[in-house]
Design a binder for this molecule. Structure first.
Ligand code: SAM
Length: 282
């Protein structure tokens, strides 16, 4: 039984990092004329109401995306993501989940493959994407779905692996997905999001080293923590993304945006961010 619902966390600092990196990768991928496939193994509801009961209960967007709206000093690379956030917020206080970010930043010839296993979230996802003929929404397990649906057509593209990490098994399953895709879809780009929580530090380090070993074409790692980790705390103190086979110059694009994100979302002077190659491009 799945209990995680992303609506409680939509637009928080971790979503900003994930969706900003996703938008930069899609910008590079769509520079060339050839079409792409975007795959989201754990799609969530697609779009979120920041004034709905769930979002208001945690208020997480107030230390996330809401701090960015209306700022006029953002690096140019963030413009597509931020203008989407501004537009949806103005139009009904909404925030784009990863499927909505991908839908907005891809072209008519591109294809979207979206998987979600929570029945309620799947219904919301279907409704959110119903007007988009490019979107193929599947009610299925994202990990087995990745194996079954890859390599996709078109073969150029990116898969976002963004499980809820409700169970310890999500860590090895994410690493296994990268290994499988490296074999079945070597030209694909795989982006794996992960939470930084003290009690899961060992599992996180294992995930990073397994992805660094398995990922084709080099593995980039980007992390952001709004404040220093408190070992006694239970919850999320930061998050990270691993990108295998990253598009050319994605590292520079992230490097140009990360200090601004970090400055805008810092909770205090102990905020930190890092960008590094865990394994170099071959
Ligand atoms: N990618 C979304 C975004 O950035 O807007 C957020 C996804 S949320 C972190 C994780 C989602 O995975 C939840 O909606 C949850 O219901 C779903 N989920 C959990 N286990 C799953 C599985 N095995 N296959 C597919 N979806 C799953």
């Amino acid at each position: 039984m799945l209990s995680y619902q992303h609506g409680f966390h939509a637009g928080n600092h971790a979503d900003v990092l994930k969706h900003a990196v996703l938008s930069l990768a899609l910008a590079r991928l769509t520079e060339k004329d050839r079409p792409i496939t975007y795959i989201d193994s754990h799609s969530g509801a697609g779009c979120y109401d920041l004034e709905g009961e769930r979002a208001l209960k945690t208020g997480e967007a107030s230390s996330g995306v809401l701090r960015l709206l209306g700022r006029n000093d953002a690096p140019g690379g963030l413009a597509p993501y931020l203008s989407l956030c501004e537009r949806l917020y103005a139009d009904g206080r909404r925030y784009p989940g990863s499927p909505a970010v991908a839908a907005a930043l891809t072209r008519a010839e591109d294809r979207l493959v979206l998987m979600e296993l929570h029945p309620g979230e799947h219904e919301r996802l279907k409704a959110a994407m119903s007007a988009d003929a490019r979107a193929h929404v599947h009610f299925r397990d994202g990990f087995t779905g990745l194996t079954a649906l890859c390599p996709p057509v078109p073969r150029r593209g990116l898969a976002l692996v963004d499980p809820s990490y409700e169970t310890d098994g999500d860590y090895p399953a994410a690493a296994e997905a990268v290994r499988t895709l490296a074999r079945k879809w070597p030209e694909g780009i795989v982006a794996v999001w992960y939470p930084l929580v003290p009690r899961r530090a060992a599992a996180t380090e294992r995930l990073k080293s397994e992805v660094a070993e398995a990922g084709k074409g080099g593995v980039l790692c980007v992390e952001f923590c709004p404040s220093r980790a408190d070992e006694s705390e239970w919850g999320l103190f930061g998050s990270g993304m691993l990108v295998t086979n990253p598009p050319w110059r994605l590292d520079e694009d992230i490097g140009a945006c990360l200090p601004w994100i970090s400055g805008a979302l810092a909770a205090d002077a102990s905020a930190s961010s890092r960008l590094e190659w865990l394994s170099p491009r071959q």
